[in-house]
Design a protein around this ligand. Structure first.
Ligand code: URA
Length: 258
């Protein structure tokens, strides 16, 4: 079917939306309301899922995630596996799959929750206001995402590679199907320790929430020590809690470098 839009009118419509202040997608998936069948734009159709061999072997998204991640031999294959994974609805409302930043040879792997608006735009984790604070926190103990030397670098990723609409919390189903990717990500980077930033990350790694209580208490996930820490977005809203974050940074430095 021919498109109802030429480039000029599509641009005009976009500008009109921007003028009205429409800057975000507010539903889970983009819907093309000009199409007679709304279902045409709702991600993969059941028939497409059936045609894809991975979908016929394992019968739920989490099992399929386990299967595809087992085949990822390196980080670029894992990134491609995430980008091609059709079952997480968040994918259909996001601009970019946000994979990682920093050095894969780092001893410290930081795991955040999910990309926000800026991260979705730029395709890189922790680049918005919370990310800028994270960079300052890391620099206070001599670490940086730009460093390549294992003693000074960090590797950063998120539990969810796609931005949830309006920054809502990911659902348990969404977390369950993406944790196998996170597990493989950790195996491939092979850090000495993990830092779980915030509740979603703690829930995904150690099965616990209540970050203000569990922060600073070393736990274990996938055979590695995990340090639960207050999320920098929380610290922006509650600057007095920076004191606790400072203790946790010192504990991190001591664990990894002494
Ligand atoms: N918050 C996160 O948890 N991760 C990001 O990448 C950005 C904000």
């Amino acid at each position: 079917m021919e498109s109802v839009f030429d480039l000029k009118s599509a641009k005009a419509l976009l500008e009109w939306h921007a003028e009205l202040g429409i800057s975000e997608a507010i539903s889970e998936r983009p819907i093309n309301r000009f199409e007679t069948k709304v279902e045409a734009n709702l991600g993969p159709k059941t028939s497409e899922l059936k045609d894809n061999p991975i979908n016929t072997i394992a019968d739920n998204p989490t099992d399929q995630a386990v299967m595809v991640t087992a085949n990822a031999k390196n980080l670029s294959e894992l990134k491609a596996a995430i980008e091609n994974f059709p079952h997480c609805d968040l994918k259909y409302g996001a601009r970019n799959a946000v994979f990682s930043a920093g050095s894969p040879s780092a001893k410290i792997m930081i795991i955040g929750e999910a990309p926000g608006r800026e991260e979705d735009f730029q395709g890189e984790p922790f680049v918005g206001r919370a990310g800028q604070l994270l960079d300052k926190m890391l620099s206070s103990i001599g670490l940086s995402r730009e460093a390549r030397d294992a003693e000074k670098s960090v590797y950063i990723t998120n539990v969810m590679p796609w931005r949830p609409p309006e920054n809502r919390e990911p659902t348990q189903d969404e977390i369950d199907m993406m944790v196998p990717f996170l597990k493989r990500h950790i195996e491939l980077v092979n850090p000495n320790v993990l830092v779980a930033m915030g509740n979603i990350s703690c829930q995904s790694l150690i099965g616990r929430r209540g970050i203000t209580k569990i922060r600073g208490i070393w736990a274990e996930a996938f055979g590695l020590p995990v340090l639960p820490m207050l999320h920098p977005a929380y610290l922006l809203r509650n600057p007095v809690a920076k004191r606790e974050a400072w203790f946790d940074l010192l504990s991190l430095r001591e664990k990894v470098f002494t």
